[in-house]
Design a protein around this ligand. Sequence first.
Ligand code: HEC
Length: 171
Amino acid sequence: MQASAPGQPADNTVIGDSPTWQALFERARRGEVIPPPFADIKITDPERVVTLAQRWRAAVDVPDATLPDLRQTMRGEAERATFVRAWPGQSARELLVQMCGQCHNGRSDPSLSKRNFDVFGLDDLSAAQRDLIVDRLRRPAEDRYRMPPTFLRALTDDEVALVERFLSDDR
Ligand code: HEC
């Protein structure tokens, strides 16, 4: 890392390169392991830090204000590397594995309801299961049943639409 991005951590404008991390990332995308932390030492975007600091300062004096999410300071590459956002250009199938596979992989306790959805069984989903997935994806961010869970991941509207087309009957 030091050789590929010597300015870090003070200056993270050059992103580091780590074959070890890349191999782990690819495994995570396939749903085999949980996503590794971003390889760079510093993961924030300087402009986003300034913007968020201003929003925090504005919020602290307001009673009951919801404080802005600190992840909003992450640079885009770090968001995608840690699956906060999906890797661009993926198929619906790849999106589901990447964004849902950490929790819906058939490996959890069978008594848990999340086990009902398994990203490795996408070809065997019943119509009811597909409807349930679409229902969860469409719920608003503040809904506790929204999938993927808002505190961890976010899909764009286009990505949700792609997944919905994949799950619809006329795919
Ligand atoms: C961090 C873990 C996590 C991730 C990531 C995640 N889920 Fe979930 N999911 C859960 C948990 C826990 C439950 C059970 C609680 C509930 O029903 O909300 C659940 C339940 C569900 C259910 C209802 C299952 C049933 O039959 O009751 C569906 C459908 C679902 N998730 C779809 C998705 C989709 C689609 C994604 C990705 C876009 C996703 N989830 C990502 C944790 C996760």
